[in-house]
Design a protein around this ligand. Sequence first.
Ligand SMILES: Cc1cc2nc3c(=O)[nH]c(=O)nc-3n(C[C@H](O)[C@H](O)[C@H](O)COP(=O)(O)O)c2cc1C
Length: 200
Amino acid sequence: MEFQEVVRRRRMVRNFDLDRRVDDAVRDRILRNAMRGPSAGFSQGFEFLVCESASERERFWLATWPPEDDERLPHLVGMRRAPLVVVALSNKDVYLDRYAEADKGWSDRDEARWPVPYWDIDAGFASLLMLLTVVDEGLGACFFGISPERIPGFRDAFGVPEGLNPIGALCIGHRAPDAPSPSIPGRRKQMADVVHLGRW
Ligand SMILES: Cc1cc2nc3c(=O)[nH]c(=O)nc-3n(C[C@H](O)[C@H](O)[C@H](O)COP(=O)(O)O)c2cc1C
């Protein structure tokens, strides 16, 4: 697909065809493209958890967005139909270690020097590459967060090593009819409100 078409078509999809799985080759392309993302100091401090079997997906949803949430967030029903869930996790320690190496010149691991958490940014960049690859493959996906109070349960359920933090997850699959995000199309901001030429 032409690049501009990929960008134009990208939107969060919240309902999936339960009976159509994602081909292994497509899944691998999505993950390989994520690994091509930029990272500060080429630290590559991101990892991905892939939940594909019915039991893995059920474990994921029960730990993060269980059925008791459906009344408040009805779109969860459609999202849970996705045959593939990928969780993006960031590892802050990898960055603190990398920037304490000789070529970076910071001799300690002081977090105060970091303008923003680059570890989370890089996992977000990787996630966007996955979202774009999904569109290029003619599939749909939604990126969503995991509530802070559910993160300990998620860690236990999957044996997530200390130091790795989930920045969000993508449910991925063949699209089924759904309602677009409320931001489409009327709520998208105008360029003049967002872009400042030269100065404010
Ligand atoms: C960091 C982040 C967190 C998000 N969390 C959720 C979420 O928890 N549930 C959800 O349905 N959508 C979530 N979204 C999707 C946004 O609602 C969506 O991107 C926005 O409404 C714009 O719509 P579009 O992406 O379909 O163009 C999230 C998006 C981002 C970037």
